[in-house]
Design a protein around this ligand. Structure first.
Ligand SMILES: *Cc1c(COP(=O)(O)O)cnc(C)c1O
Length: 415
């Protein structure tokens, strides 16, 4: 490859969160080959707790101290991961009664747990009210259901209103929030809901304003945060009591695809500092929360599968593995997204080689969508070698159709 090609072909961000020792990838200080024999099976997901800790610490170093960091556990609900992040962060966000159970089992104070999600079941609401967590209300009807539970149980549930923002982000053509959405209550309908809320046996905490996910543009995040505070101030004028809680969402992205870079936290922090100073005057005593899922876990995880077959079809090399779409839907391209791009991959047990070859890395399913790597450059590989998919610690195991074609389930391990 010539110098000029190197410059024009976008590369994946370096996966330098893991060390390579003796040409073998290590996770949590352990060689991937050792981890494989300890687990006794492939495929598996492995998560490195020290990488998650480093993510939290880097946020704490960069962001103003007064910000509370919550973990949105739908990104990776493995109980051991949730326990680890419960110890490292200031609270948890859950999206179902089952997630709530895992969150409470970590010993996290219910007042540091919030519950969001449209279409909460009666069981979800009963569990939320009984435990005393903050319920992010997604509609006026949900508010009435919670009020009925309050009456039936004699409790006074703590609630906040999830707001569907009325602002549009113009930065770089990206559009988040605003428009018709199943999530939350339209900002313009919030004053009416607050008037109704003041007549009900509910303990009003504040607002939850979440305007998007997987954002890699610092400018867009900064603009969203500024507009989120402005919206909160406007709505707070209609509140029955001073705000004690404002969840400004998260949305921090991570690099998945060639050409994407890790976020620079410095400008985001510089933007947030004066916003928080103003907030401490306009909303005195209110806890400001950022809730993050992907940012805390994605880079800490790898998905590992094993090459079962190597074949050549009309000049192209196919490495057929025992893992793929059924375990890791997102890496395969989410059932045929319009422009599919590769997650970063490596050959875990032989990371570097003097000569690379261009291969197709596919899974065992009978569909052309079962693809983990389209024309990727890897050291020459053979059956028994390990394919590692990076950036797999969020929305992997729990977000994949693991029963599709009834192959064995992947294991999971926290190291
Ligand atoms: C999914 C979700 C998150 C987490 O989003 P990430 O992109 O994983 O950080 C946070 N808050 C709410 C309400 C969510 O639904």
């Amino acid at each position: 490859m010539s110098e000029s090609n190197v410059k024009t072909i976008p590369r994946h961000a370096p996966m330098n969160q893991f060390e390579v020792v003796n040409n073998c990838l290590t996770i949590g200080g352990q060689a991937i080959t050792e981890i494989t024999s300890d687990i006794g099976q492939t495929p598996f997901y492995a998560y490195d707790r020290s990488v998650m800790t480093e993510k939290v610490e880097s946020l704490r170093r960069a962001l103003p101290q007064s910000i509370h960091l919550h973990y949105a556990m739908k990104a990776n609900p493995m109980p051991e991961v949730v326990q680890h992040l419960a110890n490292e962060t200031d609270g948890l966000d859950v999206a179902s009664a089952a997630e709530l159970k895992v969150a409470l089992a970590t010993g996290t104070d219910p007042s540091d747990i919030s519950f969001a999600g449209p279409g909460k079941s009666d069981e979800d609401l009963r569990a939320a009210v009984a435990s005393g967590v903050i319920i992010n209300m997604e509609s006026p009807t949900e508010m009435q259901r919670i009020a009925a539970l309050a009456q039936a149980t004699g409790r006074r549930p703590t609630v906040s209103i999830r707001v569907n923002p009325d602002f549009e982000l113009k930065t770089a053509g990206m559009k988040m929030g605003s428009g018709p959405k199943p999530f939350g209550v339209d900002a313009e309908s919030v004053p009416e809901m607050l008037a109704e809320l003041s007549k009900l046996p509910l303990d009003f905490m504040g607002f939850h304003i979440f305007s998007g996910s997987q954002n890699l543009r610092e400018e867009a995040i900064m603009e969203a945060q500024a507009k989120t505070f402005e919206l909160a101030y406007r709505l707070a004028e209609h509140a029955p009591a001073p705000l004690r809680w404002l969840n400004i969402g998260g949305g921090l992205g991570i690099p998945y695809f060639p050409g994407e870079q890790r976020l620079d936290l410095a400008p985001i922090a510089a933007n947030l500092t004066p916003l928080l100073e103003t907030a401490s005057k306009k909303l005195p005593g209110a806890e400001i929360v950022m809730e993050l899922g992907r940012y805390l876990t994605a880079e800490a995880g790898v998905y590992v599968c094993e090459i079962v077959d190597r074949k050549v079809s009309r000049g192209e090399i196919f490495l057929v593995t025992n893992g793929g779409l059924h375990h890791h839907l997102a890496a395969s391209g989410n059932f045929g997204q319009v422009i599919r791009k590769n997650y970063p991959l490596c050959l875990g047990n032989r990371v570097n080689a003097p000569e690379l070859e261009t291969v197709q890395v596919v899974g065992p399913l009978c569909t052309p969508l079962d693809l983990l790597g389209n024309r990727v450059e890897l050291p020459p590989a053979r059956p028994g070698d390990l394919i590692v998919v990076f950036q797999s610690g969020a929305y992997g195991f729990s977000a994949s159709p693991r029963d599709f074609l009834s192959h064995p389930q992947p294991a999971q391990i926290l190291l």
